[in-house]
Design a binder for this molecule. Sequence first.
Ligand SMILES: NC(=O)c1ccc[n+]([C@@H]2O[C@H](COP(=O)([O-])OP(=O)(O)OC[C@H]3O[C@@H](n4cnc5c(N)ncnc54)[C@H](OP(=O)(O)O)[C@@H]3O)[C@@H](O)[C@H]2O)c1
Length: 437
Amino acid sequence: MASSEEADVRSPPYPDPLESLPYWGHGPGEDITSLPAGWEGRVTSEGRVFFIDHNERETHWSHPVTKMKYRVQSHLSYGWQLFKDEDDAVVFVDHLEGVCSKVDPRLLNRRAFDFPEEYGIRSFNPLQHRLKPYSTADDVLKDISLQGKVAIVTGANSGLGYETARSLASHGAHVILACRDRGRGATAVNLIQKSHPRAKVEHRDLDLASLRSVRLFSEFFIASGLSLDILVCNAGLLEPSFTLTEDGLESHFAVNYLGHFYLINLLKDILSKSTLPRIVIVSSESHWYPSPKSTKLELQYLKNPNRENYNYFAAYGASKLCCILLMQELYRRHPLICTNAVHPGNFLPTGLLRRTNCMYKLLRITARPFTSSVAQAASGIVFCGAHPVMEGVSGLYMYRCSVAEPSGEAQSHGTAAALWDLSTQIIRDKMTQWGKD
Ligand SMILES: NC(=O)c1ccc[n+]([C@@H]2O[C@H](COP(=O)([O-])OP(=O)(O)OC[C@H]3O[C@@H](n4cnc5c(N)ncnc54)[C@H](OP(=O)(O)O)[C@@H]3O)[C@@H](O)[C@H]2O)c1
């Protein structure tokens, strides 16, 4: 049985097949408050419910009153995270609502707030901090030293990437600016060194539109012997015309998402060696619109893109949805690497919209008095990447420095897993092709 804390409690043998069990919470008596005194409900990693009788020091698959066996979903809902408290006891934290609970939230079929004190549910906001919506990246890192930390920032020669790299470096981190254009990368490094002469910054070639380039960059990085503490997946494009990369992939999907997927997978072993590794993936509210017709991700289209059905806003939205799904899947597969996604704001004064039509440009100019500066927009990226409050916090979609709720599709475990498999398959096929070249 799952819980090591209960190692001295006698476990019942041979559970039933999981699929045959009903879901907890739909029938009479399926309420955690209905358990007799001294009993407790818990959930195994696969979603099987079990009951601990602390009086007799025994565990049971069957509920002591209904005599039924149950299951729940195998994962926690979006916003919930499992922590260990100072006494090494499990605590579930809901970052979205700011509550924590000693009882597994999947067994709480009422609102957490409705439960009495003995269930260990209390208001708790680990992300409470003194940052204001207009805080800049430097405000977030005020009085924080990043000496000894190594960070990679993709697309760091302009916009949010530049501001993130500058801010991390000015607080002591060794920052590698991963840029596709050597000249623009060198200019960015010079600019940072001019304003912060002691900054440890360097640029390296990385073209996310090329899986080969991603592999070469990672090989260089691994060979350099540097450690890696913070990986910021920031680079992005918004391209009105339909273009395919050298790997035959639609550009938004390739640059904004798949290149980063590959990069993370190549560097995750190095990241895992850091004491508190973090990945920040820059997404966008555009993820709500991954298709002109639906809020669902069209995996088939990603695999076989075509010019006829191309809509650049949807292609951009789909790539940003992929970014959040990647964050969710990394959170499940690699819980020791803290991965969060960030929406930095809308119509920001960066180069992103430079190739869009007059309507977008006009919208940006009209929205300008109400939008944030680049320094403010980068605040969420450095907050997730380097602020102590975010230590150990993972699996969240942040709007700047606050937790936000992404679309239903972005929370779909099925879509996240299918996207992961598709991405792995595309890369495997490419590698097979390289082997033949
Ligand atoms: N601006 C907004 O309103 C907004 C809103 C929500 C989310 N975002 C997201 O914020 C992130 C940063 O964008 P930004 O607003 O700062 O725009 P930006 O100024 O255009 O910066 C984008 C960066 O990505 C780089 N890039 C593009 N294609 C690349 C490739 N194939 N390989 C490597 N790097 C590449 C660009 O390099 P080059 O200079 O060589 O092109 C540039 O450095 C993006 O992920 C974007 O989707 C922006």
